[in-house]
Design a protein around this ligand. Structure first.
Ligand code: CO
Length: 134
């Protein structure tokens, strides 16, 4: 069902302050910044091999990422696994009794479809399923 780790999401207070470390010090490939309005975040993607680091900067106090930073501070926010067929993956997890935050896929960055598993079902690790965009 899962094909690889697509990305690790990291909550940051400021993309401008954080990107230089990943891009210039760790020499990751910077893929650009995109706003995901649904989540009220700006997202920077940096590539490392087949995986990515997703830096998440809240653009509103209402953003779930703003609430995360308020509670936990900046840091690792979620792990995203790539799936070939997100609808099938969600159906399988629901059939197994897994609690989903998203029972239907929604729009992620770069044309991807995403769905979050509820941390109650995943050992408190916020877990994202991600079907890559085209
Ligand atoms: Co993500």
């Amino acid at each position: 069902m899962l094909t690889k780790i697509n990305h690790i999401g990291i909550a940051v207070k400021s993309l401008d302050d954080t990107i230089p470390f990943y891009r210039d010090n760790l020499c990751m490939e910077f893929k650009g910044i995109e706003e995901v309005a649904e989540q009220k975040v700006r997202v920077a993607m940096l590539e490392i091999g087949e995986s990515k680091i997703e830096l998440l900067e809240p653009i509103s106090e209402e953003s779930p990422v703003a609430k995360f930073i308020e509670k936990n501070g900046a840091g690792i926010h979620h792990i995203a696994y790539e799936v070939a067929d997100i609808e099938a993956a969600i159906a399988k997890l629901l059939a197994d009794g897994t609690r989903m935050i998203d029972e239907k896929p929604r729009n992620g960055a770069h044309g991807s479809l995403i769905a979050f598993i509820h941390p109650k079902s995943s050992g408190s690790v916020l877990t994202e399923l991600c079907q890559a965009g085209h």
